[in-house]
Ligand binder design. Structure first.
Ligand SMILES: NC(=O)c1ccc[n+]([C@@H]2O[C@H](COP(=O)([O-])OP(=O)(O)OC[C@H]3O[C@@H](n4cnc5c(N)ncnc54)[C@H](OP(=O)(O)O)[C@@H]3O)[C@@H](O)[C@H]2O)c1
Length: 196
């Protein structure tokens, strides 16, 4: 039996949520195959940055796949001690990794259960598509906030690594921005009727 019980809609009351907050093309990619993000990052950033500034105040922990971690470093991200950063990788921690970054290799379910037991704000699962797929398969994601840029890029890295799955979603909200960006906020549904 799990330490938590779900209500009828799959919500775990009073627990930190694991939330994917991510930008995609209109055809469902998070990056070109070579990692290029120019189609996304070259867009002028509107005030509030599509709710990202407010979202950042609601989280205190970031979880990344190793490839997203490396892409973030290349883009100049600073992994300081203001929030906890956890990188999933099946390889040893690189010697030059910033001291505040924790490298994890293990079963996702028990890891997230331990994380949720610790007090704190929500947890941002930053991506990319492989780690999102691993978390989804471990039923370790509560919500998705998908910011869809009005562009097709044709091929690339999908939002969720491809394999057969059926994950029902509950649409919580949609927001349309003046520049044609649409934001979809979904809650991941679990077994109907709730379970423990
Ligand atoms: N558009 C956006 O908002 C956005 C957001 C995030 C990322 N991105 C882009 O997405 C790209 C990366 O995505 P990706 O799907 O290729 O890779 P990813 O999910 O970032 O990283 C994949 C790596 O994570 C580790 N990993 C995955 N599942 C694991 C598990 N169950 N246990 C332990 N380690 C696990 C493995 O690392 P090892 O190989 O070290 O074992 C794997 O190679 C980058 O180009 C990035 O810029 C875009």
């Amino acid at each position: 039996m799990s330490w938590w019980c779900l209500d009828k809609t799959g919500t775990r009351p009073d627990k930190r949520k694991v939330i994917v907050h991510i930008g995609t093309s209109a055809d469902g990619y998070i990056a070109r195959a070579d990692g290029d993000l120019e189609w996304l990052t070259s867009r002028p950033a509107p005030k509030g940055f599509y709710g990202m500034n407010a979202f950042m105040k609601s989280i205190d922990t970031k979880v990344l796949g190793r490839k997203t971690y490396e892409a973030s470093l290349r883009m100049g991200a600073k992994f300081d001690s203001q929030s906890r950063s956890i990188v999933f990788s099946r390889h040893p921690r690189p010697a030059d990794a910033p001291s505040g970054v924790q490298f994890v290799n293990g079963a996702i379910g028990p890891f997230v259960t331990r994380l949720r037991e610790q007090p704190g704000k929500d947890i941002w699962l930053m991506g990319g598509g492989e780690i999102i797929a691993s978390f989804l398969d471990a039923q370790a994601i509560d919500e998705f906030v998908i910011t869809v840029a009005p562009v097709f890029i044709g091929e690339g890295i999908p939002l969720i690594a491809r394999r057969h799955r059926h994950v029902p979603l509950d649409l919580q909200a949609t927001e349309r921005f003046e520049d044609g960006v649409v934001q979809l906020h979904y809650r991941v549904l679990r077994a109907p009727g709730g379970y423990c």
